[in-house]
Every structure is written in C-alpha cells, then in structure tokens.
Design a protein around this ligand. Sequence first.
Ligand code: IPE
Ligand code: IPE
Ligand code: MG
Length: 247
Amino acid sequence: MSLIDQIDKNKLPNHVAIIMDGNGRWAKQNGKERTFGHKNALKAVRASIETCRDLGIKYLTLYAFSTENWNRPKLEVSFLMTLLSSTIKAEIKELHEGNVRFNIIGDLSRLPSSARKDLEKALDLTKNNTGSVLTLALNYGAKEELLVAIKNIANQFKNGSITDQDLTEELVEKNLYTHDMPMVDLMIRTSGETRISNFLLWQIAYAELYFTPVLWPDFTHEHFYEAILNYQGRERRFGKTSEQLTN
Ligand code: IPE
Ligand code: IPE
Ligand code: MG
C-alpha cells in the first residue's frame, strides 16, 4: 500500500509548521553556492502546499526567514529577499485560484520596500479566500512576537481598556501574529537539526515534533506523508493517562 493510502483522513493535523532547513548544505553537496540551494527549495515548498491541499490540511506555516537570518552575509540576505518577491509574484495567482489565503507572520517593516509591496499585494488579493491558509514566517522571531504581545497588553492595561481579570491565555493569543490561527499540531524540521531556532514558541506548546535528516530541497510529498504517518502513530495525551484516552 502506498504511503498516502495509509494516512487516516480522520486523524490529520489541522496545523503543520515546517522549519525548512538545509538549503546551504544541499548546495554544498552539489558543489554549488548556498544560493543555489535556496533556488532549489521552491520544489519542496510546492510539494508541501500540494500535500496539504490533497489531504485537506487547513493550516500550513513555513519558516522562510528568521530575525536571526539578518546576520548572514549581505549578498545571501539580498538574494533571499529577491527570491521571495519573485516567487510570490509567480505563485500567487495559482494559490488564489485554489482559494488559498496567503498570510504572513513576522515584522514586515524591515523588509525591502519592493518585497513588501509584492507581499502586500498577495495578501490583499487572497484575503477573502476561504480555503486553506498558507502562512510564511518572514523576519519572524518567536521571542520578538511575544515581546510585541507583552508591550501591546501593557499598553492596553495602562490606558484602562483591560483589567487584571482580562489577563488570560486567550488575551495573549489574541496579541500574537497567529491570533487567527489554531495551535500547531505537527512541527517538522528538515536537515537533521533538532532545535526550534526561535520559531513559534507559544504555538508549539503541545505540538508533536518531527525531525528528519532530509535536506529541504530534497523534501518530497512522500517525506511529508512519512511525517504525517509518524504523527498519527503517536498518542497525544495532553496531560492525561493513556488509560483515560482509550476508555
Ligand atoms: C534554510 O536553509 C533556509 C533559510 C534559513 C533561509 P539554510 O540556508 O539554513 O541551510 P543550511 O542550514 O545552511 O544547510
Ligand atoms: C531557521 O533555520 C530559520 C529558517 C528555516 C528560516 P537556520 O538555519 O537559520 O537556523 P539555525 O541558525 O541553524 O538555528
Ligand atoms: Mg540552516
């Protein structure tokens, strides 16, 4: 039986987040510059979007550029920014036709204005779509996201629009970039690294983590199916005992 046929359609994750890692090492293995790896990452992005579409996974969140990635060589950063704009421009029509809502988390203000314009156009074009939600994490850092939320809440407190009764988990969630998204069910990281690298800290509180040695440009539909099958083999107990769940 093929992998996709083994997937239980009633036990799918609702929100999958992916740390797309290993482009540089993939390029090196192929005797090329790091940028060659970034260019060749697009196929894996497409495969992930298609997998979510075909299976009916509603939320897919892709880590594309972290707040720490500004520390990379200038040329690599500008290459990534240009690639980002051109990719969005090339792909957005098809996403829109597929009723996908394009979404971004992160601080766009630091992005080059041309990239920002392309991204804002894409956001606007798809804003009323009701199908799946594709989120790119761009200039995203979870610590920064939490800090922004804390500052917002402190301001609301100061101006009297909330009282200490209002300080709940829901209020924190309302102030995150992900305010209109559910918690992450499955987080995948490629390239063999087993760390979170400042991605979605609050939102992965109870996510299942899946690490694969596959480098991102090599990540295919089949690899994604394997991750989902692995996820489906786990028991999500949320603090309860196994017996409580089976009874
Ligand atoms: C992930 O691949 C892409 C980004 C972080 C933008 P890397 O560029 O981190 O590749 P490695 O980890 O150096 O192999
Ligand atoms: C995390 O990958 C960021 C993205 C995938 C966009 P990195 O390759 O930047 O992470 P570290 O630096 O190895 O932790
Ligand atoms: Mg990396």
